[in-house]
Design a protein around this ligand. Structure first.
Ligand SMILES: *Cc1c(COP(=O)(O)O)cnc(C)c1O
Length: 356
């Protein structure tokens, strides 16, 4: 049976990404060697790395004066790297979800952390607004998409201090004004490729602010100065990311995918709002994520949860069980999720309603 993969991450990837990567694992460009067994300093791999960076720059319209890095340790190591490199005295954090909170926790190891606002008391059902960014902070850290709670900051905010964003789960889902950010980072395994590689888009002038001695592998300078080749990068994961980037470009780039993403999200939110069994737990509809759609049964239907999961499973729908901290359901509808997948889920919801 055809499967519709709504997993939050690692998550659905374009078929072509998986097919091309499988081929390159067997035989890279007819070389008779696997992408797994060639040198990361070979001409072949250097070309793969360069094309990946160039395509990311092109798709996101990254201005000059920025570097694109591929790193390891996931977004979670970026939490510590950001603070190790840039928190000299005090940093400001927006607490919009548990990833944001984990990022702030790492920062506390390096200096003062000022949480400018938090929606934790309301179980992160909205993104805090109306806060003041302290002008004396070394940087302001935000999470653009709260993967677990299904809230998304869809505009590129202005900040009086360098703006740093964890965009793990909405990178490349919409056009972004990169010039507003000092650093954008994330794990690749939500919208770009497999687990094992993280990306960072860093304004080069930020490197001048690094003053703390730290391990070589934690220092952004190491990756900028060595073009992400200080040590062995995750070659296979980067190859897979390149296939997704090419797929995105062929599709028409970020304006095209953004239109498709909003259409897909609208289809699902419209059904959640219409269906008498379901509701959104969010308190502010403007914060609804176009990547992770969180929905729950209305209190009186809560007992039906397991049954709906079974019905969904019978239709090939995979990975919609909600995160344990929210309950209910979460449909992660990243770039590679098809219209057909959304329609299948909507149909399952309609049928379930008619039989309840
Ligand atoms: C998944 C996720 C992370 C954690 O990523 P790892 O690569 O597993 O460390 C961090 N932030 C956000 C927003 C995420 O969605």
């Amino acid at each position: 049976m055809k499967k519709y993969n709504f997993n939050p991450g690692p998550s659905v990837l374009p078929e072509i990404t998986i097919k091309n990567t499988a081929e390159a694992i067997l035989n890279l460009n007819g070389s008779g060697l696997s992408i797994m067994e060639i040198s990361h300093r070979s001409k072949d791999f250097e070309a793969i790395l360069k094309e990946s960076k160039d395509l990311l720059k092109e798709l996101l319209n990254i201005p000059s004066g920025y570097s694109v890095l591929f790193l390891q340790g996931g977004a979670s190591l970026q939490f510590a790297m950001v603070a190790s490199n840039f928190l000299n005295k005090k940093a400001a954090y927006l607490d919009s979800g548990s990833w944001a909170s984990k990022a702030a926790k790492e920062a506390k190891l390096y200096g003062e952390v000022q949480v400018v606002a938090s929606s934790k008391e309301q179980n992160y059902t909205f993104i805090p607004k109306n806060y003041t960014i302290p002008a004396d902070a070394d940087y302001f850290h935000i999470t653009t998409n709260n993967t677990i709670y299904g809230t998304e900051l869809k505009t590129d905010i202005s900040s009086p201090v360098p703006l740093i964003a964890d965009a793990s789960s909405d990178i490349l889902s919409r056009p972004m004004d990169v010039s507003k950010y000092a650093l954008i980072y994330g794990g690749a395994q939500k919208n770009l490729g497999p687990a094992g590689v993280a990306f960072a888009i860093i304004r080069d002038s930020m490197l001048e602010k690094i003053s703390r001695p730290m391990p070589t592998m934690l220092n952004y300078k190491t990756f900028v100065e060595n073009d992400s080749l200080y040590n062995t990068p995750p070659c296979v994961a980067i190859y897979a990311c390149l296939q997704t980037l090419k797929w995105l470009k062929d599709l028409g780039g970020l304006n095209a995918i953004y239109k498709m993403n909003t259409d897909k999200a609208d289809m699902l939110y419209n059904e959640i709002d219409r269906n008498k069994l379901f509701m959104s737990p969010l308190t502010s509809s403007e914060d609804r994520s176009i990547m992770n759609v969180v929905f729950v049964f209305k209190p009186e239907y809560k007992a039906l949860e397991e049954k709906f999961l079974e019905v969904a499973k019978s239709k090939g729908i995979v990975g919609i069980k909600g995160h344990r901290s929210v309950g209910g359901f979460r449909a992660s509808i990243y770039n590679a999720m098809s219209d057909e997948g959304i329609k299948t889920l909507v149909q399952a919801m309609k049928e379930f309603e008619s039989q309840a």
